[in-house]
Ligand binder design. Structure first.
Ligand code: B1M
Length: 209
């Protein structure tokens, strides 16, 4: 069945296989939302579980995510026509002073794979930029990434700025990155800590779900 072929192709990072499968499914009048959930997202979830269990690693997740994005490009216009809504939204960024984005990008891909829409602010994002993005996009979750012990403290500044702007009650704050721990997350008043991209997407999905 074509949905299984899409799933297999996605899990092995086969961009052309995913594209062909998605196109074939659309040509056969399979509903775009079925292609999305049963073809792409369930396969990405499987990759996420394997990543969590150390059965696959960062490169495999990245190529699977690239294949998912290729399939999404074909699906997006059809989904827009049939009105499939994302399950929630996340404002995401690497905090000010920090230029590391490989992990953050992986988190974004897994969140998108879980059906959330992500407003990715990039790297070196100031507290005020996070606040402005929350005001603009009204997300359920704000995700902060930091890879340096010297920039972890900036997460606290972002949380304080969100509080000062009167937005703290409106968003849940998720933090992560190699030096970040759940103890640190608690100390700075974050709501969620995720140790990796798979956990970030599970937690986010649980929260909005
Ligand atoms: Co940098 N760097 N780096 N670096 N770099 C580290 C982080 C470092 C540990 C290397 C080392 O010394 N052993 C060290 C930090 C030490 C510390 O503070 N504890 C370090 C340093 C010191 C520096 C510079 C200061 C070096 C210098 O210039 N003297 C400099 C700082 C620049 C800056 O940011 N201002 C610097 C620069 C760079 C490059 C630009 C060269 C490059 C970044 C390229 C890029 O990102 N586009 C780079 C890289 C690649 C690394 C290492 C080698 C790899 C990081 C990485 O991408 N890992 C890193 C050493 C290492 O980790 N082995 C190192 C793979 C990625 C998938 O994992 O980012 O941990 P990670 O993300 C994971 C989780 O942490 C989690 O999920 C991800 C996927 O599972 N996660 C979240 C991340 N964000 C999350 C958010 C969440 C939830 C989970 O919720 C929102």
């Amino acid at each position: 069945m074509v949905l299984q072929e899409i799933s297999q192709a996605l899990q092995s990072g086969d961009v052309n296989g995913v594209k062909q499968g998605v196109q074939q499914a659309l040509n056969s009048n399979i509903e775009p939302r079925v292609v999305l959930y049963q073809g792409l997202l369930s396969a990405m979830e499987t990759v996420g579980v394997k990543f969590k269990n150390n059965e696959v690693f960062v490169p495999e997740v990245l190529i699977a995510a690239r294949a998912m994005n290729a399939g999404m490009e074909l699906l997006k216009p059809k989904l827009a026509e049939t009105g499939v809504e994302p399950i929630g939204s996340v404002v995401l960024g690497t905090v000010r002073g920090d230029l590391h984005d490989i992990g953050k990008n992986l988190v974004r891909m897994m969140l998108e794979g879980a059906g959330l829409s992500v407003f990715d602010l990039g790297v070196d994002v100031s507290a005020q930029q996070f606040v402005a993005a929350i005001q603009k996009h009204n997300p359920e979750i704000v995700g902060l990434s930091a890879l340096l012990t010297t920039t972890m403290g900036e997460m606290k500044s972002v949380i304080e700025a969100i509080e000062a702007a009167g937005l703290r009650g409106k968003v849940k704050i998720m933090v992560g990155g190699a030096p970040v721990t759940s103890k640190f997350a608690q100390e700075i008043g974050a709501d969620l800590y995720a140790k990796d991209a798979a956990e970030a997407s599970f937690e986010a999905k649980k929260l909005v779900g």
